[in-house]
Design a binder for this molecule. Structure first.
Ligand code: M7G
Length: 330
C-alpha cells in the first residue's frame, strides 16, 4: 500500500524534477558536465565501435560493453528498466500485439510498447580507464582478509596511487554537476552531506530506490578512517538521510538498507541508501556494512576500524589482489 502511494508520488516527483531540470537548463545553459538533453547532444552513441561484451545478464536484463567513441575508450551499460504500474493502462491500450502461439487457455504474444515506454537506461563512461573496463568485466572474486597492518602496508599505499578519480564527487559537492538532482543537502562543513540519486537508479519507481549521501568532509577515504570523532557526522547522515527519503519518496526507515562499502570504488566517504528487498549490486555481507552497526561499533570502541580485521571480495585482475598475493596474504 505504502509502496503504491510512493510509486504515484515518485512519478510526480520525477515530473517535477524534469521540469526543474528544464528550468535550470533554460536559466543557466549547460557546459558544466550536467545532464545533457537530447536536443543538444544528439545521439552520441551512433558512432560507437564495439570491441567486447564485458558481461551481460539475461536475468538482470543488462549488458556491459567496451568499445570506442570518437577514438576514446568507452564503457556503455544498457539496462532494461522495470515495468511501472502507472504505465500499464497505456501499455495495454497503445501497443501492437502479435500472437506467437495459442494452446488451450495459454497464449503468448510479442508486445511492442509505445517507444516512450520502451526505453533502455544507458550509462556511458568516456574516456574510460583500464580500471573502468576491469570493473565491469565478469570475473571470479576472492575474499581477502585485511588486518590493520595489511591496510597500512598493502591497501593504503595502493589506493593512494591507484584509486578511481573522485572528480565526479567534487563536482557534486561544488554544484558543478547533478545540482538539479540533489534531494537534500546539509551544508555544514563538518557534519553535512549531499543526498542524491545514485546514477544506477533511473528514479522512475521506488522498488529499486538507490541514493547516495556524499559527505562534505573531503579527507575521509573509507570505513578504515572512521573513529568515534565521526559518530556525529554518521548520525547526522543517518537521521537526515532517512527523513529526506521519507519526505520525498514516502518510504520509511524500516524499508531502507543504509550501508557503506568496504572496499569502495571511490575513496571519498559516502553512504548507500537502497530500498530493502532490492538486491543492489554490492549489498552482500562481504562488502556492505550497515551504517547502524558502524555507528554502534564506533561507540563501543573508538578505534574499532583501526583494530579489526576486515573482509572483502576482490576481483581476479584487481591490482590490490596482486599486492595481497605478493605479500603472501592470499
Ligand atoms: P562505491 O561503494 O564507491 O563503489 O559506490 P561501487 O560503484 O563499486 O558500488 C559509489 C556509488 O556511486 C555507486 O553506487 C555508483 O553507482 C555511484 N556513482 C558513481 N559515479 C561515477 C556516479 C556519478 O557520476 N553520479 C552519481 N549520482 N552516482 C555515481
Amino acid at each position: 500500500m505504502a509502496d503504491n502511494t510512493a510509486k504515484r508520488e515518485i512519478s510526480n516527483e520525477t515530473e517535477e524534477l524534469s521540469q526543474k531540470t528544464k528550468r535550470a537548463k533554460a536559466d543557466h545553459g549547460n557546459g558544466r558536465g550536467e545532464d545533457v538533453k537530447e536536443s543538444e547532444a544528439g545521439n552520441v552513441l551512433s558512432g560507437f565501435q564495439l570491441s567486447a561484451v564485458l558481461s551481460d545478464s539475461a536475468r538482470e536484463k543488462n549488458i556491459f560493453i567496451h568499445g570506442k567513441l570518437a577514438d576514446q575508450n568507452a564503457v556503455v551499460i544498457l539496462e532494461k528498466t522495470p515495468i511501472r504500474e502507472d504505465t500499464l493502462a497505456e501499455i495495454f491500450s497503445g501497443s501492437r500485439l502479435m500472437l506467437e502461439m495459442k494452446n488451450d487457455i495459454y497464449s503468448t504474444y510479442r508486445l511492442q510498447a509505445p517507444p516512450h515506454l520502451n526505453e533502455i537506461k544507458t550509462t556511458v563512461v568516456c574516456p574510460a580507464t583500464e580500471k573502468h573496463v576491469n570493473k565491469y568485466q565478469r570475473q571470479e572474486s576472492f575474499l581477502v582478509e585485511e588486518t590493520w597492518e595489511d591496510y597500512q602496508t598493502i591497501t593504503l599505499p595502493y589506493i593512494q596511487v591507484q584509486s578511481f578519480s573522485v572528480q565526479w564527487v567534487h563536482n557534486i559537492l561544488e554544484k558543478k554537476a547533478e545540482a538539479e538532482r540533489i534531494v537534500y543537502e546539509d551544508p555544514d562543513p563538518d557534519n553535512g552531506f549531499v543526498l542524491l540519486p545514485d546514477f544506477k537508479w533511473d528514479q522512475k519507481q521506488v522498488d529499486d530506490l538507490y541514493l547516495i549521501a556524499i559527505v562534505h568532509q573531503k579527507d575521509i577515504k573509507s570505513l578504515r578512517d572512521l573513529t568515534s570523532d565521526h559518530v556525529p557526522l554518521l548520525q547526522n547522515v543517518f537521521k537526515k538521510g532517512k527523513e529526506a527519503i521519507l519526505q520525498r519518496y514516502n518510504l520509511p526507515a524500516s524499508k531502507l538498507r543504509v550501508y557503506l562499502h568496504y572496499q569502495p570504488s571511490y575513496y571519498h566517504l559516502h553512504v548507500h541508501f537502497t530500498k530493502l528487498g532490492y538486491e543492489a549490486p554490492g549489498c552482500g555481507v562481504e562488502r556492505a556494512h550497515l551504517l547502524a552497526d558502524v555507528i554502534q561499533n564506533l561507540q563501543s570502541d573508538p578505534q574499532y576500524y583501526q583494530t579489526r580485521t576486515l573482509y572483502f571480495p576482490l576481483r581476479a585482475d584487481n591490482g590490490l589482489l596482486s599486492k595481497f598475493k605478493e605479500a603472501g596474504r592470499l
